[in-house]
Write a protein that binds this ligand. Structure first.
Ligand code: SF4
Length: 112
């Protein structure tokens, strides 16, 4: 059995919308609801969006709730299911780790 460590959290600076405003942890994650669209729009403008999205995909137990990287819990669940189906569980984990490293390396210096 492989014991891979959890990925470290994306390098938050404290300026990200989710750290300065409410509205990322919702009662209803209908992807067409105004609250989900508003939070997802803020994510898409955030420099961490890609790293955050991959981190949340790779850490299902730490991201059961909330909008992370412009995705809802249901969307992440579906994406994990598809990735696991296409790649298998271990390859999916490896792919997410390597994509996460790439996403963090591509961050602006002030963020990474
Ligand atoms: S992308 Fe991640 S860090 Fe940025 S606002 Fe969205 S949830 Fe917060």
């Amino acid at each position: 059995m492989s014991h891979q460590r959890d990925l470290p959290m994306p390098p938050l600076t404290g300026d990200e919308p989710c750290t300065t405003t409410y509205g990322f942890f919702l009662d209803n994650y209908d992807q067409h609801s105004g609250d989900v669209v508003a939070a997802s729009t803020m994510c898409r403008r955030c420099p961490l969006v890609r790293a955050c999205f991959i981190w949340a995909l790779a850490n299902p137990t730490l991201s059961t709730d909330g909008i992370w990287g412009a995705t809802t819990p249901w969307q992440r669940k579906q994406l994990r299911k598809e990735l696991r189906h296409r790649l298998g569980s271990q390859s999916m984990k490896r792919a997410l780790r390597s994509e996460y490293a790439r996403a963090v390396a591509a961050l602006p210096r002030s963020t990474a």
